[in-house]
Design a protein around this ligand. Structure first.
Ligand code: ZN
Length: 341
């Protein structure tokens, strides 16, 4: 299903997106432009070839390769501007964008300088009607000490819209408990707590994310589908799953959860999760790297069997679960409601 299958009315509605990696939003043509800036020739065909993966490990390799093209603050400003333009074209008015500070530190860059350039780039977007907030992300397989370094930087930029700390990467690499002190620190600093869990891993990792780390939203959380008691707990506590269907197909995460060689988007459990009362927020994860967009994800929900009423409800949930003060959330929701009339 392509975005053209969505009604003109739905296309025009204000939207929000909560699980979106800046580095995964870099289109192949921009990877080539970044490479050229740093004196390397890279053909677009080669860049496109790198954006194909047979499994999660290959995707992680491609993500590493893309980030190797990001060398200085101007690069980060460029990709922020491009992401913002694409969001505005879809009538996205609010997004929480994840930024891999862990990768910047690994490459011995100055996250502060990169982030300040991004903030400058996002000022123009704000004037056009797109509000961005930020999630500073650590990489699980780099370990707890590296994660703590990211956690210490995040609170310094709360005034620039950093609202949360998260961890991504290979969730099977290290036990959840290894990060307890990091999340305790983040909570003390008054930041929201996020983590990727249950993407390739099982329900236990989702449960641990909530019980050990106090995670307030779960990145993916597919593994929860195997544990009815856990689903009940997530529904009761209103802890959303950030569901990214195309990503789950491209990385093989859904096939893995279904213990099969491959899976189709129509088999995604999103409708079941929603109908069981879970808060689900629909997202793209890495839109360029998965050849998708937020509108394409909404279009896919029809193939999954979601009704238009359910799809509208789904779109509203991304506003309800945004990390915004209640008053601002109400203002966005009422702007959305009046557009809906
Ligand atoms: Zn993600």
């Amino acid at each position: 299903m392509s975005p053209s299958s969505l009604s003109a009315h739905f296309l025009s509605l204000p939207k929000a997106e909560l699980h979106l990696h800046l580095e995964g939003s870099i289109e192949p043509a921009t990877v080539c432009a970044l490479a050229a800036r740093h004196g390397q020739h890279l053909g677009e065909e080669e860049a496109r070839r790198r954006y194909l993966y047979a499994n999660f490990a290959e995707f992680i390799e491609a993500f590493k390769w893309v980030t190797s093209c990001l060398r200085d603050p101007e690069d980060y400003a460029l990709i922020t501007g491009e992401l913002g333009e694409r969001l505005l074209a879809q009538n996205v008015v609010y997004a929480e964008v994840t930024l891999s500070i862990g990768v910047m530190l690994l490459r011995q860059q100055k996250p502060q300088a990169n982030f300040e350039a991004m903030c400058r780039a996002s000022e123009g977007l704000r004037k056009q009607g797109l509000r961005l907030q930020w999630i500073f992300d650590a990489v699980r397989q780099f370990g707890a000490e590296a994660a703590m370094e990211v956690a210490r930087i995040a609170p310094q930029y709360r005034h620039e819209g950093v609202v949360a700390f998260g961890i991504g990467g290979d969730e099977l690499a290290l036990p959840t408990a290894a990060f307890r002190a990091v999340y305790d620190y983040v909570a003390e600093q008054g930041l929201h707590r996020l983590i990727h869990a249950g993407e390739t891993g099982g329900p236990q990792l989702v449960r641990e994310a909530v019980e050990i780390l106090g995670a307030e939203r779960i990145g993916h959380g597919l593994g929860a589908m195997h544990d009815p008691a856990l689903l009940e707990m997530l529904a009761e506590r209103r802890i959303p799953l950030e569901i990214c269907p195309t990503s789950n197909i491209c990385t093989g995460a859904l096939a893995r959860q279904l213990t099969r060689d491959s899976a189709r988007i129509a088999e995604h459990p999103l409708p079941d999760l929603l109908r069981q009362g879970l808060a689900v927020v629909l997202s793209t994860d890495d839109p360029a790297m998965f050849h998708t967009s937020l509108l394409a994800e909404y279009a896919h929900t029809a193939a999954m069997g979601l009704t238009e009423v359910e799809r509208d409800r789904l779109a509203a949930l991304s506003f309800e679960h945004a990390f915004l003060p209640a008053q601002e959330k109400r203002a966005l929701a009422s702007a959305r409601q009046s557009a809906q009339l």
